[in-house]
Design a protein. Structure first.
Length: 182
């Protein structure tokens, strides 16, 4: 699915639709489950990392997938309730992943060249507070910024300790972008 001039990539239900001028190509990411696509992010090599979520919000039916420019879909792991918070470290050696309904964010070792992940580790567990981590991004210093479904974003350092908090004007914010002037 090499993106050309004036092209669009749309996610709908469990399929990706690549639209280029008068042509359309569909890639089915998943089928047969009561799921939908939810969060996604593109890595530095142009691969789309996208996850699915359970439409009932409680069953671990979801998965994380990697989709190449050729439309090759690979499931990397399953047992996900709601995929969110996919992000990459500035050095492209770490992938962050959140399952909102499990109240957890994990890190993985990430190999940029082959697009594989390994060594899953728990970074943050919000189950005691019952706050639902949602979208995420990483700043230039490697700090992971997480938006919470309640509207309260926070930042977790790669070491997993709380750093600082920022309160936006929006009540429900699912992704947070952080910009820093050099």
């Amino acid at each position: 699915m090499e993106l050309q001039h004036l092209s669009h990539l749309l996610a709908r239900d469990l399929a990706l639709h690549h639209l280029v001028r008068d042509h359309s190509r569909q890639v089915i990411v998943e089928s047969g489950l009561d799921n939908r696509l939810n969060d996604g992010r593109v890595d530095a090599r142009g691969r789309l990392w996208i996850g699915t979520m359970d439409n009932q919000l409680h069953r671990p039916n979801g998965s994380l997938y990697r989709v190449t420019g050729d439309g090759e879909v690979m499931r990397l792991f399953n047992d996900v309730v709601v995929t969110n918070g996919i992000a990459f470290s500035p050095d492209n050696r770490t992938l962050y992943f959140t399952d909102t309904r499990r109240y957890c964010t994990w890190t993985f070792d990430f190999d940029l060249e082959d697009g594989m992940i390994s060594s899953r580790r728990l970074l943050a567990d919000y189950s005691a507070s019952r706050e639902r981590p949602d979208g995420a991004c990483v700043d230039v210093d490697g700090g992971l910024w997480t938006a919470f479904f309640s509207g309260r974003p926070g930042s977790s350092l790669p070491a997993g300790r709380a750093d600082r908090h920022h309160h936006p004007a929006a009540r429900y914010q699912s992704d947070l972008s952080v910009f820093r002037r050099r």
